[in-house]
Design a protein around this ligand. Sequence first.
Ligand code: ADP
Ligand code: ADP
Length: 218
Amino acid sequence: MTMAELIVLLGPPGAGKGTQAKVLSQTLGLSHISSGDLFRDHLQRKTELGILAQGYMQRGELVPDNVTISMIRERMRDKDCGKGAILDGFPRTVAQAEALDQFLADSKLGTIRKGPYIKVESQVLVDRLGGRWSCRAGGHVYHEKFNPPKVAGKCDVDGTDLYQREDDKAETVKNRIRVYFEQTAPLIEYYRRKGVLAEIDGAKPIEEVTGDLLASVR
Ligand code: ADP
Ligand code: ADP
């Protein structure tokens, strides 16, 4: 049996994980698993998990580890992940990273090939998230200045209306960045110690970052 290969995208909110995950998943033929998109989908469908997650997301806090981990474990068992997946937004705590390792060891579903860390400084993140426009249908993201859609307010891929996320307001963004430094940044060392970390300069234009990411995982 060949083991699936996982790519774990690391980096603060606004680093470009979602943008790059979309391109990488197409280019490499891997599934794209976005924890944020999964939570937003639950929220829209008003599932029990969505209702639980809502308050945390609105405040820019992390959803508790236990529910997040079970949601991702379930998603990773889907057939389309057989060849592997790009994890975007998970893990976000050391406990989540340890649970992922345990799950991979027990299930033999795959191994972590690379953990690219997309590095971007905080001031840039605020500008990026403040101008982000998202598509509900497929999780595609745009930026009003840095990556505008062909038709204002419409997704290039799905043709659906774009919206600005409630948690992309400057106030909530500040909290998300703080939470990132406290709870998620330690993962950089975690994956460095495992020997899978690759540092990527996320301040470059989108296409250049894609090139650097592809070079790092090949
Ligand atoms: P994340 O998933 O890490 O939160 P996104 O991929 O959603 O980040 O990107 C955040 C915002 O920044 C989006 O509006 C996106 O269009 C924009 N963006 C992404 N990468 C770049 C880049 N390299 N240069 C400029 N803007 C970018
Ligand atoms: P961003 O694109 O800015 O990185 P996401 O869409 O990944 O943001 O996440 C949005 C929100 O969903 C987070 O602020 C958090 O509340 C919740 N969330 C997403 N992934 C996780 C996770 N792995 N653990 C806990 N909460 C998460």
